[in-house]
Design a protein around this ligand. Sequence first.
Ligand SMILES: [Zn+2]
Ligand SMILES: [Zn+2]
Length: 369
Amino acid sequence: MKIGREDFEAFINGEKSITPYIETDLLAGSYSVFGVKTASNPNYLIKAIYEMYELNLNKKLAVKAVRNLFRSVGLGSVGLNNLLKKLGIDLKPSEFLMLVFKLQHQQGWGAPFELLEATDKRIILRTKQTFESQVMKDWNMQVCGIHQGWIEGVLMAVTGMNWFCLERTCHAKGDEFCEFVADQAESSWKFKAEAIVKGESAITEFIEHKPVEGTIKLIDDPVVIMPRFVFTSMMNSLKKTMGEMPAGGVNYRAYMDMGKENVEHYRKMGITKPHILADMAFTFYSQMGWFRIISMEWNEAKKEKTITLEHTVESEAFGNTGKNVCYCTAGLLAGIVEGSFGIKVQGREIRCRSKGDEHCVFAITNKPE
Ligand SMILES: [Zn+2]
Ligand SMILES: [Zn+2]
C-alpha cells in the first residue's frame, strides 16, 4: 500500500482512522498498519519485561530500566520523521509526538494523549491510563516506564537533543491521570551520577559494554571487571614478601589513596557537597559489587562513624579464616570519608565476617593531628 502526504494529513486532522490502512495476510502471518509491519499489544510480554528487571532490581529501578529500553524504541521514530519531511509535512516536536502516539494508540499500544503544555524546552502530556498502567496496576506506583522512555526517544529523534521525562501522576497509583513532563536537559555525568545516588537509576543503565572491542565504560569512565580472587591473590603475595601485618597495612594505605582519588574525580565532575560525595562513592562501590551497606551510624559524642557491611569483597574471597581480613575495604571507606570531608581519619575493622561475626563492621574516627 502506498502511503502519501494526504493520508497523513487526513489522519492528523481526524478525518480518517488507521482502519483503511490495516493489511492482514493470515497465510503469511503478517499484519501491517500504515505500511509498517506490526503486532497487537501482548500484555504478557509487558509483564515479563517488568518482572525480568524486577528480578535484579527493586520495582522503582525496574520501571527506570524499562524506560531505558523503550527509549531505543522511541528513537526508531526517526524513520517516520524523515518520511514526513520527504512528503513536505513539517511538524513541531510536540505535534510529531502526538502523531506517533495517535498512530500507536489506534494499534492498541500508545496512549491517547492530551497535550497540556508545549515549549521548546518542556512538553507536558496526559492520558487517563496507559496499557502498562493497566497491566502493572498491582504494583500500585508510578509504572509507566514504557511511555517515559518512548516519549524521551521520540523527542530525541526529532530534536537531536536530550530529553528527560518524568511521570508526575499515574493511574496505576490510583491517580486520575498518567501525566508526563518531558524536559530538554543536558544528560551530563553529574546528572546521571546524582540519579544513581538518589535511587532513580542503577549503574547498569549507564554501563556501556563492548565485549568484542574489549572495553567497558561506566558513565563514560573506563572500568574493568576483576575476578574477586584478586584480593586473596594480592594479599597472599604481599604476605610472602613482607609478612601479614605489614601486608594489611600496605593494602589499607593503597585503598585509602584510591578512595580519596575516586572522590577527587567526582569533585572534578562538579559534585561539591561533602555528604553527596561520600554517598556517591558508597553507592557506586556497593552497586559495583564490593559490599552491601546495612547501616551507617554517626555517634556525635564519640565523633565516630560506624559502617556495617554485608558480603565485603574480601570476606567473601577469603571465607572463614578466624581473623579480620578487610584491610582494603577499611582503607577504601576511610579514604572516601577523608576525601569527601577534607579531614584526617582512621578506619578500623572491629568485626569481620571472616572471623565469624555476622557482618563486617568498620569504625571511622578522626585522626589526631
Ligand atoms: Zn502511569
Ligand atoms: Zn571483614
